[in-house]
Design a binder for this molecule. Structure first.
Ligand code: FES
Ligand code: FES
Length: 222
């Protein structure tokens, strides 16, 4: 039987894939070997959904070979301790979206070029589509779902709403996370610094002017 990566799938990989799909049909993260709870509604950020139904692979997505070693990877996710058992080479994006149900982080190019998958790891904006999940071991990961606190949007999210910083909204989580990382290290950035921080985040709606205004506004209000 063929496999996505062109190599024959092992019996073990096929058994694991069948077991995973059965677990996902039942919709229980715990049965998938996770101790993370399913995210609650109030964890969702702007334009996000919290249903853990996505498998993490869609047509055109980079192949995910499953013929690999499983390891335990603990880290903090949006302020909570999580521990997952998976192949450490899997990309953080697919673990967040497929295993942990945090679908606010978006898949765009899969090649670290568009920024739609940006999350913040130990204060730095990283591309989750190219980051092996093992690199998050012991670290503090913040996703778009982690910006909201107690039902209140983060000031950056408020500013995006106020300034019309999103049109289709697909780039918005990545833009917000890049801006969030910028404000962590530079609370009062200049316009040049804002442009530099968001330079690698692409918006197909070309909404850049209002995005920059929103970030500048949030920074000025601090
Ligand atoms: S999906 Fe990661 S940079 Fe485009
Ligand atoms: S708002 Fe549509 S891609 Fe940026």
């Amino acid at each position: 039987m063929g496999h996505f990566c062109g190599r024959p799938a092992s019996r073990r990989a096929l058994r694991e894939a069948a077991r995973e799909s059965a677990v996902l049909r039942r919709g229980s993260p715990r049965r998938a070997g996770l101790n993370a709870r399913r995210p609650r509604r109030q964890d969702a950020g702007v334009g996000t959904r919290d249903r853990p139904t996505e498998r993490g692979v869609r047509p055109g997505a980079p192949p995910q070979c499953e013929d690999t070693m499983t390891e335990t990877i603990p880290f903090r996710l949006n302020g909570r301790a999580v521990r997952i058992e998976t192949d450490g080479e899997r990309k953080l994006l697919w673990v967040l979206r497929g295993d942990l149900g945090l679908t606010g982080t978006k898949y765009g190019c899969g090649e670290a070029q568009c920024g739609s998958c940006t999350v913040v790891v130990d204060g730095e904006a990283v591309r989750a589509c190219r980051t092996p999940v093992k690199d998050a071991r012991g670290k503090d990961v913040v996703t778009i779902e982690g910006l909201e606190r107690g039902g209140k949007l983060h000031p950056l999210q408020e500013a995006f709403v106020e300034h019309g910083g999103m049109q289709c909204g697909f780039c918005t989580p990545g833009m917000l996370m890049s801006a969030y990382a910028l404000l962590l290290r530079t609370p009062k950035p200049t316009r040049t610094q804002i442009v530099a921080a968001l330079d690698d985040n692409l918006c197909r709606c070309a909404n850049y002017k209002r995005i920059l205004e929103a970030v500048a506004s949030a920074a000025a209000a601090r």
